[in-house]
Design a protein around this ligand. Structure first.
Ligand SMILES: [Zn+2]
Length: 256
């Protein structure tokens, strides 16, 4: 599907991004552009952030800049956001399941996969999250995405995934800046650490402490346990709360 058909079918703001080898882009573009294959060929990035081009404007751009990549402006103007997950298929699938992402249109990029969702106001901000698997980016207002059948500078061709052709609603992602493995010394192989989100911290630490108490753990043991779990809380609980949790749990009867 080329830029005009993306625009006609979905109403997306599809514009010409420079050719990844900088063919036909002109000397001014070559001088300024630092990301071949990813920058609007006519360099009018600001203009395209809130201007939806019509079919004629799109066709003219691709005539003027032949062999251009296809760039779609994300956010309100196109009514979409992109969720970018780095990694090979197996790693991406793990993160995708973990985030409970609904099935939607997606394509393969140079470094991973990009999932396209319907824009709404709760996903208007573009953000980046880090994980040892390579990171997750939310591309919304002020960003763009290169789409198939574009080519990456290093030769990879962006390809549509065939499993899904419907555009799902944007999921409400509440992610911390760093997803897991906050401790640099944690081995990267093996079991992944999962974070404990704000609304679940007290109850999960308390339940874990009560479980250990049933098996005979004393208050000091419980405190060590909740302190250790607190490293995965986003954000971590205050030390005084950890004392309260371990002290409350230690009042329960041992039932081992
Ligand atoms: Zn360029």
């Amino acid at each position: 599907m080329n830029a005009t058909s993306l625009n006609r079918k979905w109403g997306w703001s599809a514009i010409a991004a420079c050719n990844p080898k900088h063919l036909y882009v002109g000397s001014e573009h070559s001088r300024i552009c630092k990301s071949p294959g990813k920058v609007p060929a006519n360099l009018k990035w600001k203009y395209w952030q809130d201007h939806l081009p019509n079919s004629e404007e799109i066709e003219n751009q691709f005539k003027y800049f032949p062999e251009s990549n296809v760039c779609v402006v994300t956010g309100k103007v196109s009514g979409i956001i992109g969720i970018d997950i780095d990694g090979d298929l197996e790693k991406v699938k793990k993160q995708y399941d973990w985030l409970f992402l609904p099935k939607t249109i997606c394509f393969k990029t140079h470094r991973g996969f990009r999932f396209i969702y319907e824009y709404n106001e709760h996903c208007s901000a573009s953000k980046s999250y880090k994980s040892p698997e390579g990171g997750i980016d939310i591309l919304s207002n002020g960003k763009q995405t290169i789409m198939p059948p574009s080519k990456h500078e290093l030769g990879t061709v962006y390809r549509w995934c065939s499993e899904c052709s419907t555009l799902a609603k944007c999921p409400n992602l509440q992610l911390p800046k760093t997803i897991y493995n906050r401790n640099e010394n944690t081995p990267k192989s093996g079991v992944q650490k999962t974070f404990i989100p704000e609304g679940e911290r007290n109850s999960r630490l308390f339940k874990a402490a009560c479980g250990a108490r049933r098996h005979g753990a004393e208050q000091q043991d419980l405190l060590e346990l909740v302190k250790s779990m607190n490293k995965r809380c986003e954000p971590p609980l205050e030390e005084s709360v950890l004392y309260t949790i371990s002290s409350s749990a230690s009042k329960y009867k041992v039932s081992w």
